[in-house]
Design a binder for this molecule. Structure first.
Ligand code: ADP
Ligand code: MG
Length: 300
């Protein structure tokens, strides 16, 4: 077992940032920590990486109590904090050399060479960090987290604020790294976690509300389709459309039509149906499943 937390709790004043959270992560797994802002993701990660020592419960990494030997712990963990704080006035190579020295690594130059190559920074290595795009800054953040070749990586929202191209690149980089390390990364983007992880932990208001394999979650997400329609006036009749499971009245002549997932797109049938009933459509759109839907489905 790489990471083991038991009844993790953290209180700020009267508010619980974490409330009795327990989970384990096996060696080599990549796990997504999902949850809305304020759910407790960062707090969990700070505790596991040894940056927060006052908390309730137990946390072990590679069998080591995170409170017992913070220096040894940090040798085994790489941590990319939220918002990725970097020294903007330093040059990439200079910064990574500095980090390597903090870790008291041997053969600093070759370690720095290696990590620069691994994170795709070869062409930028002589640039100032402050001059880099957000995507390249994330690469530098990942490089500093991995320079000492830790077995466990804790990445706090590594893709937040990236543009679509950078997002793809950083995800690919994480996917590459994942072949050799245990990774926990946090995100509030459902699809991203689906794309990268075999397992998903969902935090909500400090509590772990789901611990599922990604495929289970996908089934939950894809079992239904919801189409929202708006008419010019309300429709009192029976929505007899093939495959319809539920009709939600959303007010102002709007309805949420829930269908079981099939290969048939229900939108055409909805359009035909509404027209046949002598009604007029103002809007017809598919509502994508959101993280809240998954929360609800998994917790009720
Ligand atoms: N230093 C702090 N002082 C007071 N409250 C805090 C502090 N850090 C976090 N919190 C609160 O704890 C809760 C969890 O925060 P956090 O772990 O940062 O969540 P997340 O990373 O999921 O957005 C939030 O309600 C946040 O406001
Ligand atoms: Mg956070």
């Amino acid at each position: 077992m790489s990471i083991q937390v038991q009844d993790l709790s953290k209180q700020y004043g009267v508010q619980y940032a974490l409330d009795q959270v327990s989970f384990t992560v096996e060696k080599g797994q990549i796990v997504g920590l999902l949850g809305p802002n304020g759910a407790g993701k960062t707090t969990t990660m700070k505790i596991i990486s040894g940056y927060m020592s006052t908390f309730g419960g137990e946390a072990h990494v590679n069998g080591m109590d995170v409170r017992s030997d913070p220096i040894e712990l940090k040798k085994q963990i790489g941590y990319l904090p939220e918002h990725n704080p970097l020294y903007l006035d330093m040059y990439i190579r200079e910064y990574l050399t500095f980090i390597a020295r903090i870790y008291r690594l041997e053969a600093v130059n070759s370690k720095v060479d290696h990590i620069i190559e691994r994170t795709g920074l070869t062409r930028e290595q002589h640039k100032k960090i402050g001059s880099l795009s957000k995507g390249y800054r994330q690469r530098v953040g990942l490089a500093q987290a991995m320079i000492h070749d830790p077995s466990v990586l804790i990445l706090d929202e590594p893709t937040s604020g990236l543009d679509p191209n950078q997002l793809v690149e950083i995800r690919q980089l994480i996917r590459d790294i994942a072949t050799e390390k245990t990774i926990i990364f946090s995100s509030h983007i459902m699809q991203e976690v689906q794309a990268l992880c075999e397992r998903v932990l969902i935090l909500n208001q400090g509590q772990l509300v789901a611990d599922e394999r990604t495929e289970v979650l996908e089934r939950v997400l894809h079992k239904q389709r919801k189409i929202v329609v708006e008419l010019t006036q309300s429709f009192e009749g029976n929505w007899s459309i093939e495959g319809i499971q539920e009709v939600l009245s959303l007010g102002h002549h709007r309805y949420g039509l829930v269908f079981g997932k099939t290969n048939i797109d229900p939108r055409l049938a909805i359009f035909d149906f509404v027209t046949r009933q002598g009604h007029k459509l103002l809007e017809l759109r598919e509502e994508k499943s959101s993280i809240e839907d998954v929360f609800q489905k998994l917790t009720t």
